[in-house]
Ligand binder design. Structure first.
Ligand code: NDP
Ligand code: ZN
Length: 355
């Protein structure tokens, strides 16, 4: 370990200073490199809709300055003395979490997002219980220090710009497909066809499922069909839609009618909800409606644990499943947020942190 990395590590990023501000260059420090930590030079950072919800305080509780970004891919530039998984020069990824208690039932099962001690530390806008309760800052920056346990191994030949979105969009859609044990021949519906929806489609197709996409308009219909969708619907009208699904994954980030999607499940089918709309417009469903639509399951799904994230990374690279991406410079972040909010966005924007 070089003495350059003793003490707090300076970092430069882009922050929102309030919910209505624009992204502004922001200098801060990362916690010092512990014995089990690695320092990653961030090369690419994906833009997830969760970044927008947080930056604009749509879920409440945003701490400013806020540096979003939890789809991080880069190169290891320093390692603590006890690090065994990485060496300098390796590629590494960081997703939505950077720490947890490591001792509870959930952490021992590598479901760190469900840390029973309530100590999951998210990559940004989160209290770092293990480093003086500092606020965490995300990947729209030049570096990050993280425990090697929370870093994902990425092989040297991987296209890093495409790897970045796997760290959130990838794992968040891979995980429910695994949880619901999707297999060849199953029917899967994907509601909301953006960054997450596009990955859900790709994974489900690879798993041999017959996949249909639900969107608000048919702007992305030809892309869905090219990527392997069997059907593309712009309505949830049961009179128009004759097929029924084993699993529907809802990635919708706005208000919608949850019951419509339950109606489209087969008997015994499952609705996995991953989309997290702003609090003020988040849809809900009455217990009466739920009971009348019984015989099916509705569940929420939150990213995926670290071991499953590594499994997803290996699966994606082995099968060459990568997101549809557009590379941007940090100066375009505001413009991209606007597009993803007004419905004119493409699938996944990735910030080239060197640009
Ligand atoms: P994107 O903005 O990339 O995509 C969202 C898509 O949903 C867009 O294509 C949008 O359509 C579409 N959409 C919006 N409203 C509807 C509707 N009523 N019916 C059908 N489609 C609709 O967002 P992401 O994919 O990055 O994120 C999606 C959601 O998932 C966010 O709320 C995010 O916070 C959440 N999330 C949850 C995670 C978890 O662990 N549970 C992890 C990561 C993200 P259009 O293109 O027309 O605007
Ligand atoms: Zn995300």
């Amino acid at each position: 370990m070089s003495s350059v990395f003793v003490g707090k590590i300076p970092a430069k990023g882009y922050a929102m200073l309030s919910k209505d501000s624009k992204f502004t260059p922001f200098e801060f420090t990362r916690h010092s490199l512990g014995d089990g930590d690695i320092l990653i030079e961030i090369l690419y950072s994906g833009i997830c809709h969760s970044d927008i919800h947080t930056a604009k305080d749509e879920w409440g509780g945003t701490m400013y300055p806020c540096v979003p970004g939890h789809e991080i891919a880069g190169r290891v530039v320093a390692v603590g003395k006890n690090v065994s998984k990485f060496k300098i020069g390796d590629y590494a990824g960081v997703g939505c979490m950077v720490n947890s208690c490591g001792e509870c039932e959930a952490c021992l099962a590598s479901k760190e997002q469900f840390c029973q001690s309530g100590k999951t530390v998210y990559t940004y806008n989160s209290t770092d219980y293990f480093h003086n309760n500092e606020n965490t800052y995300g990947g729209y920056s030049n570096n990050i220090v993280v425990s090697e346990k929370f870093a994902i191994k990425v092989p040297k030949n991987a296209p890093l710009d495409k790897v970045a979105p796997l760290l959130c969009a990838g794992i968040t859609t891979y995980s429910p497909l695994k949880f619901s044990k999707i297999k060849a021949g199953d029917k899967v519906g994907v509601a909301g066809f953006g960054g997450l929806g596009m990955m859900a489609l790709k994974y489900a197709v690879k798993m041999g499922a017959e996949v249909s996409v639900f969107a608000r308009n048919d702007k992305k219909k030809s892309q869905a069909l090219e990527l392997g969708a069997t059907n593309f619907y712009t309505s949830t009208d049961q009179n128009q839609i004759k097929e029924r699904f084993n699993l529907i994954i809802s990635t919708i980030p706005t208000s919608y009618n949850i019951g419509d999607y339950i109606d489209l499940l087969k008997f015994g089918g499952e609705l996995a909800i991953v989309g997290l709309p702003p609090y003020e417009i988040a849809p809900s469903i009455s217990v009466i409606e739920l009971v009348h639509k019984a015989g099916k399951k509705v569940y929420g799904s939150l990213i995926g644990g670290i071991s499953e994230t590594q499994e997803m990374m290996d699966f994606s690279l082995e099968n060459e499943i990568y997101p549809e991406t557009i590379l941007i410079s940090p100066l375009q972040i505001d413009e991209v947020y606007e597009k993803l909010t007004n419905g004119s966005g493409e699938f996944r924007y990735v910030i080239d942190m060197k640009a």
